[in-house]
Design a protein around this ligand. Sequence first.
Ligand code: MG
Ligand code: FE
Length: 169
Amino acid sequence: MADMNERLNQWLRDAHAMEQQAEQMLDAQSRRIENYPELKARMEQHIAETRSQRQRLEACMERRGTTWSGMKDMAGQFTAMMQAVGGMFASDEVMKGVLANYSFEHFEIGSYRILVAGAQAAGDAETARVCEEILREEETMASWITENIPQITQAYLMREATESDAAKR
Ligand code: MG
Ligand code: FE
């Protein structure tokens, strides 16, 4: 049982680092968006949700008597994702950002599914409940991106055909 609880604590710390990374990524991207007001607004909404998720994870860890590191380190896991965000320097950075976010939300969904099952296995009903609640928020964000990809892509391609580089963001 000690092992199970320690593993769950570690997964909570990983999720905490993931949310810190999510906030940085969303913030960096949304600041640069100029011509996609709905996308920008939805990202800003999710930044607020992401901060709240991090705080809810901290409350779970405090209740469980464990701590998270002040320094986040998910070395490796997000390298590919961060390279996609390096798409910031690509002319189609808006689309690279959409792709990175779509992927990130699905990574989060997988992480919280595992956390819900892990918390249930460890008998921590409150952590399971919190992670289920966060899971729904990630699913809602992922669905929004899924539903809006056609429209954003078409708008992007129209702008690309008619506007200067700076106007594409
Ligand atoms: Mg999140
Ligand atoms: Fe998310």
